[in-house]
Design a protein around this ligand. Sequence first.
Ligand code: PMP
Length: 426
Amino acid sequence: ARSVSLPLPVLGADVRVPLVTGGEVSYAALDYAASAPALRRVWEDVAAYAPYYGSVHRGAGYLSQLSTDLFETSRADVAAFLGCRADDQVVFTRSTTDSLNLLAAVLPTGTRVYVFETEHHAALLPWERQEGVSVTYLSAPRSPAAAVRTLEAALAGQAADGPALVCVTGASNVTGELWPVRELAATAHAHGARIVLDAAQLAPHHPVDIAELEVDWVAFSGHKLYAPFGSGVLAGRADWLRAAEPYLAGGGASRTVVRAADGGVDVAWHTTAARHEAGSPNVIGVYAIASACRALTEAGFDALVEREQELIAAVRAGLADIPQVRVLSLFGDDAPRVGVLSFVVDGWNSSHFAAALSAEYGIGVRDGLFCAHPLVRTLLDSEASEPGECGAPDQAPGGSGSLNAIRVSFGAGTPDEHVERFVRAV
Ligand code: PMP
């Protein structure tokens, strides 16, 4: 393997795992899209802070004051990382799923939501269960330009009055393909709609600047951004967040609570991000996210992108040489993408294939439908080979024959040896 200087080392490089064929090998973590390893720098920051841990917003002692300060400084660091506008709020959540469910919960009554059927379930499913919210599911576009046209047609067909929200991914967790976020935001705004960006897969690989992309909200998860300590972010416009009932009721969200004359309680809720952060917050997780944001900014996305594009090229070239491999793509070979790629292998059950990569080569990938069932089914169908061509008896007749796919994903800290071993193993 060529030796490269990795801009951001991660934990786990020395982990050795047993092989079914005997012996052991260093673990090749190629499932960053599910959860990325912690940056060494994040781990060191967390370890340095841990002895000083204290309650946040709830203590007069020195360590409580310190923790409160770190918590709020972390909020400012995340706001800077995302290029937030002056009146944006940064709300700390558990994850992208939690962030998008929070946004769904604060939608004004009567909001029309537009979402592509290709979204991750975290972005696809939270809206419909909200009372007073209607959802339009947009069919899978086969190019970025088609995505913009599809949204334009859907919004143009609706009356422009009343609140509307578009939810879109920045980078697909299945194909790694980038979506035309700025164009979709402009289209949404031209029709009076707002837009939330699911940046779970984009933020670890590219700068996400709210003001520059002109999106209204951004959601992402710490554990995909090299900060696996249980927190996430929803950042963006404050008005709907402020106007809605708190996501959770409890301490921290409430400013004053008094017994009311009618025997109940009168509550004045905070109007800051604290409104939706009831309960003792996860300061370690939040500090870890801020540490990752600082580390990524300091390393510079240019260097990260350049390195990642080398890895993507190596994987794609390697797989292109294997005739039985079909790479899944919505937008085609030339689409810009991040280090996430899904494929099927003719004659193979994807789960068996992924299990073999683990057991025989110490490579960790993911198999399945990747919490994006409509998208993966569409891609598998459109990868159709001749009906009946499929080999394994437990695969579906027709189409590509595959019921699910294999996903390989990587990023900062991935050495050449991991992707070389992967291509060789396939
Ligand atoms: N959106 C996308 C594009 C994702 O890839 C994921 C995670 N696979 C999510 C949302 C949900 O993230 P989490 O599981 O951290 O809530």
